[in-house]
Design a protein around this ligand. Structure first.
Ligand SMILES: *Cc1c(COP(=O)(O)O)cnc(C)c1O
Length: 457
């Protein structure tokens, strides 16, 4: 095969049969989650929230974990996903860089999220669970889990952040089409939701609030559990199939990336594309790895590394992560999937270890990049994905200046066909940049000032 091909494809029998667990290779182990008393928690502390088979994965330090046959069979509906060479984008940029993008937009729900949604639905069913409850921000996770629960055969209920519930009616319809129940958060169904509505009746909501509502309901019933679409170790694990495939695909054309790029909300698509390459880096290979996020929600670039809760009501254990504070209400930028207050502990940890870099970008640069991508490669990217594209364009321009033929690998995390309002706002000149003001950040961080300090690597 030649690197001049436009698509580098794997056969179904070349799909990875194991996930890669970076915990096996970390030079310093991940700091443990802590309970409310400040001591590390054991598996039982999570037993009402997640099924034990997923809790075992969450804590595992085995390097390779088998993907059950039944999960492989469902993943094969769209996997292995194609790796594209962005010939036309390269030509428009007049760059000597070779740009490759891993197209995760080919899944039925349109993003990388079904890679873990299918696995989580299957492990819950296997454990005897009948109902899964979750939250969703922009709606990508809710729709991925709704589809997966339908394919696997269990019930699904989704608390959707109010602002997206109002702005994104089509995502709601997708969830309903796949048989899920979708409710605006904060809602009057939970104690948390009622408390927040009483204090802030007009709140746009946040992922942290919706997570609190979902967990509150999930722990009330023995046959019900909660599912999270990002942040946790087992989610990062399930997403590594992206990077494992991409490494095989580049290998087929005799290449290895100089730079690997992903956008980061909770960290899962970034971890998915990058962890197999970070494994190589830990073992001596040279590769630059960049996570990119919005200036409006700058978790990795400006959030301190602290122990913080994953949700607003502080029901989750304390996780060592970059955080903007669990009470953070993000501004209403269009990349809804990047508006979480925390960053996956594993992604935060590899940042602490100096294995990755992080950048933050304004939304107008991202939409300009998305437009150029649509004009050259055809596909319309999700606003989240646009961050990875904008960073890729920055790196390609650097390669041009340096006259270097760099190989850049980007995770194309999803399509934007359900996010066209953002494009409309951009094209009619209604979008402006918004960097999180320092005083808002400092106020939000007051919520973590009494938490135990996260260990510095
Ligand atoms: C949810 C989402 C993201 C952000 O979530 P991560 O867990 O950081 O990957 C990015 N891109 C798309 C298309 C998404 O749906």
């Amino acid at each position: 095969m030649s690197s001049e091909f436009t698509k580098i494809l794997l056969n179904e029998d070349e799909m990875p049969r194991q996930w890669y667990n970076i915990q096996a290779d970390l030079p310093v182990p991940l700091p443990p989650p802590l309970g409310p008393d400040g001591n590390p928690i054991g598996p039982d502390a999570l037993a009402k929230v997640f099924p034990m088979n997923l809790i075992e994965q969450e804590m595992s330090t085995e390097r390779w974990i088998d993907i059950p046959q039944e999960i492989q069979a469902i993943l094969k509906i769209w996997r292995p996903s194609p790796l594209y060479r962005a010939h036309r984008l390269e030509a428009a940029l007049k760059t000597p860089a070779k740009i490759f993008y891993k197209n995760e937009g080919v899944s039925p729900a349109g993003s990388h999220k079904p890679n873990t949604a299918v696995a989580q639905a299957w492990y819950n069913k296997e454990f005897g669970i009948k109902h899964l409850i979750t939250e969703t921000g922009a709606g990508q996770w809710g729709s991925a889990l709704a589809m997966s629960c339908k394919l696997v055969g269990i019930d699904c209920k989704v608390f959707m952040v109010r602002i997206s519930f109002d702005q994104k009616p089509f995502r709601k319809i997708m969830m309903k089409t796949w048989g899920a129940d979708c409710i605006a958060s904060p809602s009057t169904e939970t104690a948390v939701g009622r408390r927040i509505l009483a204090a802030m009746p007009d709140t746009p909501g946040s992922l942290a609030i919706a997570i609190s509502e979902a967990i509150e309901q999930a722990v009330e019933h023995d046959d019900t559990r909660y599912a999270l679409g990002s942040v946790l170790n087992h989610v990062m694990l399930h997403q590594t199939i992206i990077g494992l495939e991409a490494r095989k695909q580049l290998d087929k054309v005799g290449l290895y990336p100089d730079i690997v790029i992903g956008c980061a909300g909770g960290g899962s698509n970034f971890a998915g594309i990058s962890f197999p390459f970070i494994c190589d880096k830990i073992h001596g290979r040279e590769v630059q790895v960049i996570a990119t996020e919005p200036e409006a929600c700058p978790t990795l670039t400006r959030g301190p590394y602290v122990y913080d809760n994953g949700d607003e009501a502080q029901m989750t254990p304390l996780l060592a992560m970059h955080s903007l504070g669990h009470g953070f209400i993000p501004p209403a930028i269009h990349a809804g999937g990047l508006r979480y207050h925390g960053m996956a502990p594993l992604v935060s940890h590899v940042k602490q270890l100096g294995l990755i870099e992080a950048t933050s970008l304004g939304q107008t640069e991202c939409y300009e990049a998305a437009m150029l991508f649509a004009h050259t490669e055809g596909f319309i990217p999700a606003p989240e994905t646009a961050h990875a594209i904008a960073q890729t364009i920055r790196e390609a321009k650097k390669a041009t200046e340096e006259g270097k033929e760099k190989v850049i690998l980007m995770n194309w995390s999803g399509h934007g066909l359900m996010d066209l309002q953002g494009y409309d706002a951009f094209m009619s000149g209604k979008l402006s940049d918004y960097a999180l003001p320092e005083e808002l950040l400092q106020r939000s961080l007051l919520a973590v000032k009494d938490h135990p300090p996260a260990p510095q690597a």
